[in-house]
Ligand binder design. Sequence first.
Ligand code: ADP
Ligand code: MG
Length: 409
Amino acid sequence: MRTVEQLSEDLGGLSGRTVLVRSDLNVPLDGSTITDDGRVRASVPTIDGLREQGARVVVCAHLGRPKGSPDPAYSLAPVAARLGELLEQDGRGGTVSFVEETVGERAAAAVAALDDGDVLVLENLRFHPGETAKADEDRADFARQLADLADAFVSDGFGVVHRAQASVYDVARLLPHAAGGLVRSEVEVMRALREDPQRPYAVVLGGAKVSDKLGVIESLISVADRLLVGGGMVFTFLKAQGHEVGTSLLEEDQVDTVKGYLDTAAERGVEIVLPTDIVVADAFSADAAHEVVAADAMPADRMGLDIGPDSQELFAQRLADARTVFWNGPMGAFEMAPFADGTRAVAAALVERTREGAMTVVGGGDSAAAVREFGYAEDDFGHISTGGGASLEYLEGKDLPGLSVLEDA
Ligand code: ADP
Ligand code: MG
């Protein structure tokens, strides 16, 4: 992958050049309040580096899942404001502005008004149907309009490099391009995990949907020494073992696949660690009545919302000698205080491993938000990835379109 330095050399410097940067600014919002600005912070160094070189920086990103047309609930305006605050903290000068359009006359005028060192944030890319269009020509058409705004492209949104979308993939084919520092550092960490993890290598998986993570489970069974499973996906595992899971999240159509994984893991000597107790509640709500039950004795009318205290101890114990830990997906519905303890326990176990010199990686938007909410700092972990799906697909060994498109200079 070409670096920004190489791109700059190719173009005879970046001063006065307009550089389109694809960032990942997909942050959790409560109304228009950002509840975790980790991704915005992670985007700053690349943008800052470009404007330091005198580039005119046009930042593009998506937020949430609007349906291909403008929807004020998903406006990037509050995120652009936060980015502006962070960029202004370094006192480098230059303006940071926002335009309520992705491509079009207003966007073009705003780009034309930029001075060297200025930053412009475009409106949510997914307000335009071309961004995620299935038809190649629709995506290419939107990418062409984005490319027309700039002289070069820097791909820095690691969280989206597994998507063949207009601003990630198609636009890189139209402009001189480079991988930004964030993408490069994320790839470096993930490559080490994929190619040469120190052992024992333990992987903790949680989160809502098994089907999102099936591919990675399958490939990790041949790479990791231990797989610890919690979160909403665990109920498909418990069901595969023949247990009652009540009204918990369950992907009935994945039960057989999961049975197959349990068999394969047993054959290969990979240890699968499942919770022994579960916090069950009578509703998906912070004030629902809840109690701890054995994982093989869940009442039919309750839903599992976290792993229980015995499981927290078990998970900590199965992580205690790991030299490498990769964690993706919360152990429970941690957004609600009564169901956050399992996630908190896993976070604490990783922090402990980091202190003892193990390599620890947290991947996934919600997992990263959880560890920050618990008050941990970036350096309590070896690496906090900005990308959930992307890091999982990379670990699976998949070809990520947003990375491979950067290979051919
Ligand atoms: P990440 O963003 O870290 O990759 P996911 O998006 O896969 O994680 O999953 C996060 C979501 O999973 C959280 O919103 C959390 O509330 C939910 N979750 C975890 N455990 C459960 C559970 N037992 N029941 C329902 N939802 C759960
Ligand atoms: Mg998530």
